[in-house]
Design a protein around this ligand. Structure first.
Ligand code: SAM
Length: 378
């Protein structure tokens, strides 16, 4: 299965394609074979050893780590995981740098566009974005490498495809498609006319909303200008009209009550808890009466120290320092504090672990997958 071609998707030479394929295969080997093996090493060897020494099992994440961290298997698999992560961005990034001027030219907004793009050069980039290269992705989603830049968007588009070894689908949109499909089947009478996707990235989670509700006006906002420019060009090329703007999800320039549905996918696990709370308050302001908020945070709730340890490799090794905060946040309380009625809170239960099914692989890294969480404004 190849990635769907569109106007701003980077091209590969033969050698670049081979190197990218290798990165995806290494990621798959780490995710589906090496890392799940640490559970076996822990259960068979390291946990019993810890219990013999302490007369009790490990009580918290720190002690689980302490029990296993001297294991050669654990250290070696960590090393492979981290190297695969760095190698992925280096490999895809080198290919994009070679063709960046052409990509910037192709991404320039055109008069015949059906959607739109707005960039805010004065937008303050929050410290948690500016000081952490999320996923070890050089420059994160916001760094400008020149005028009209699209590097970060291109890097994420091509990088995620290989990161997930194709498991996000040819348009990297399986999470968004699944989320919109779930909402439609769970709330068939809910027909949003204006939809906002916060932290939209290159639009993988945004276009599926327009496809699910063709009559709706769909907006996507993201903190990163290069990501937003790329998202616009990608959406236009794929023929899906969406309105993109560079904005901070905690404080947007939309009027009160502008939307019927405010959604986000894989955003909140990258944010500090105090800003997630501000984002929920902003969501409350943006929704009209009867409007719905729906999020896929990308991190399941904490479920005991061992499960938390084995499902937070990224947190410790690939620059996702804030996901532990989301896992331990009481989302029902956070929505209620933002103004939503306590009895309107709902959850979907675990959703499909999407990308782990990539490239035909079925063996899972273990652990629960995240589900959807939402609420309604009355
Ligand atoms: C992991 S990506 C997810 C992208 C997309 N929603 C998806 O599912 O593929 C997280 C995105 O959130 C954006 N982001 C982080 N903090 C933000 C904020 N405060 N306001 C708007 N966007 C933000 C990042 O720039 C990044 O593009």
């Amino acid at each position: 299965m190849a990635q769907t071609r569109h106007a701003v998707l980077p091209e590969q030479t033969h050698d670049e394609a081979a190197r990218e394929e290798y990165c995806g295969t290494l990621r798959k080997f780490f995710t589906e074979t090496l890392w799940p093996g640490t559970r076996e090493v822990y259960a068979g060897l390291e946990r019993p050893r810890f219990e013999r020494e302490h007369g009790r099992p490990p009580m918290n994440v720190r002690e689980v780590k302490q029990a296993i961290e001297h294991s050669f298997y654990y250290r070696a698999s960590n090393l492979v995981g981290r190297c695969a992560q760095e190698l992925l961005w280096d490999t895809v990034g080198e290919s994009i740098e070679r063709q960046l001027p052409a990509l910037r030219a192709k991404a320039k907004p055109r008069s015949e566009a059906r959607g739109s793009v707005r960039i805010n050069p004065d937008l303050a980039i929050p410290r948690y974005v500016d000081s952490v290269d999320i996923h070890v992705m050089p420059g994160n989603f916001h760094t400008e490498r020149g005028e009209d830049d699209v590097y970060a968007g291109a890097l994420y588009d091509r990088g995620v495809y290989h990161f997930a070894y194709g498991g996000m689908g040819p348009e990297n949109d399986k999470l968004g498609v699944a989320m919109a499909g779930w909402l439609k089947s769970r709330f068939p009478d809910f027909q949003p006319k204006r939809i906002l996707d916060m932290g939209c990235g290159p639009g993988f989670s945004t276009l599926p909303w327009k496809q699910a509700y063709p009559d709706a006006e769909v907006h996507g906002i993201d903190i990163g200008a290069p990501t937003i420019r790329y998202a616009h060009a990608r959406a236009e090329s794929l023929g899906v009209p969406v309105h993109f703007s560079q904005q901070d999800a905690v404080q947007t320039d939309f009027a009160d009550g502008s939307f019927d549905l405010v959604t986000s996918c894989l955003l909140t696990h990258e944010m500090p808890v105090h800003l997630i709370r501000r984002m929920f308050a902003e969501t409350y302001r943006l929704l009209g009466a009867g409007g719905m908020s729906l999020i896929d945070g990308g991190a399941p709730p904490a479920d005991g120290p061992e499960e938390e340890f084995f499902t937070t490799w990224f947190n410790r090794n690939a620059n996702e320092p804030f996901s532990a905060g989301l896992r331990n946040l009481d989302l029902a309380e956070a929505f209620a504090t933002a103004g939503f009625p306590a009895d309107a809170f709902f959850t979907s239960g675990a959703r499909d672990a999407v990308y782990l099914k990539g490239m035909g692989g079925t063996k899972q890294a273990g652990g629960k997958s995240a589900g959807y969480v939402g609420t309604v404004k009355r």
